[in-house]
Design a protein. Structure first.
Length: 340
């Protein structure tokens, strides 16, 4: 039976199943589910734990022996089997089907690995174990789902925040749920029982240089050229990777492009739908007034060329290139040379 990660612990509270299959490429969710099963198993008397990795040198007889061996000091054991490729192969498939009936009261099997496709879920071994166990897929969250998860995690640490702060945390951690969890844990230590503001988040999260990138974007959208140049100089002196700044510029271009297209269709812009809160709307409105659809198209080409040049290490002074790009966001003609 498939259970989504956000409902996994609720399902676990109903009692242990003989088998858990935890797959996916989002490490925080997967690790959290693993830890939850381990804790539940310990509380129910599974005192022995065997860890196996089914790599190229693995003997599947080891798994069979593990299910049949009992320690003198423990009557129940957890067997954790990692499938590095997400597939057990022909021999492994047979073994997993053979041991399935022996799982239950004194043997708990946890299988985990990377993201798997539908072909794996249709395999006989998978269906056999799924009939009596739980399958959960841990995939990266995006957009509203990620925001909801951040809100829930904040509440677990007795912290509340508005949507703007939630989006700030999501932007800072770039969708990395493990990093987001660590930063929220810090906020919980400092502001437990309180509602945090953007400024308080700034003061707690360590990597100020990353925040400076987001502050740079606000200054750029406001078309404050002198302050923008000063911020770029500071970022360069702090050793911030130019690719981080370029990523932020590309991200803002995508948002401005969507907004401009909506304006050209005479649509009423629903700012919050785009994650733009009241205090930032004037800056975006100013940028949209400065940039035509043709200017944005030309800017797209410049960002693409800069990305290629950065990756190929063809730019001697990347921050000069970044300076020129920010000026384009402020309405400078794209025809000006951008060489650096």
């Amino acid at each position: 039976m498939q259970v989504y990660p956000n409902r996994f612990e609720q399902e676990l509270s109903n009692g242990l199943k003989p088998c858990y299959m935890l797959f996916g490429d989002e490490p925080h969710q997967k690790f959290s589910m693993l830890q939850a099963v381990r804790k539940k198993a310990r509380n129910e008397g599974f005192d022995e734990r065997t860890v196996l990795v089914a790599d190229n040198a693995f003997s599947w007889a080891t798994l069979t022996e593990a299910t049949q061996t009992r320690s003198l000091f423990s009557s129940a054991q957890v067997i954790e089997l990692e499938l590095p490729t997400g597939k057990p192969g022909a021999e492994g498939s047979k073994v997993l089907q053979q041991i399935a009936p022996s799982l239950g009261t004194d043997v708990l099997l946890i299988i985990h690995g990377p993201r798997i496709g539908k072909e794996v879920q249709k395999a006989k071994w998978f269906k056999t174990l799924d009939d009596s166990g739980i399958f959960s897929a841990a995939y990266p969250l995006e957009g509203q789902q990620l925001d909801n998860w951040i809100m829930q995690t904040l509440s677990q640490f007795s912290v509340t925040a508005d949507r703007e702060v939630v989006r700030l945390i999501a932007d800072y951690t770039e969708g990395n749920m493990l990093a987001a969890h660590q930063e929220i844990e810090k906020l919980g230590l400092v502001y437990a029982g309180k509602s945090v503001t953007r400024e308080q988040v700034d003061s707690v999260i360590v990597d100020q240089s990353r925040f400076n990138v987001f502050q740079l974007i606000d200054v750029m959208l406001s078309a404050d050229r002198q302050r923008c140049i000063k911020m770029l100089y500071r970022l360069e002196s702090e050793g911030v990777e130019p690719t981080i700044v370029l990523w932020a510029l590309a991200r803002e271009w995508q948002l401005l492009w969507k907004l401009k297209q909506a304006m050209n269709r005479s649509e009423n812009i629903q700012w919050q739908r785009y994650g733009i809160w009241r205090n930032r709307q004037p800056a975006y409105q100013k940028a949209l007034n400065l940039l035509s659809i043709d200017a944005l198209a030309a800017l797209r080409d410049q960002l693409r060329d800069a990305d290629i040049a950065f990756k190929q290490q063809q730019v001697i002074r990347p921050y000069i290139k970044l300076c020129h790009l920010t000026m384009l966001f402020m309405g400078m003609p794209a025809q000006l040379p951008l060489g650096a």
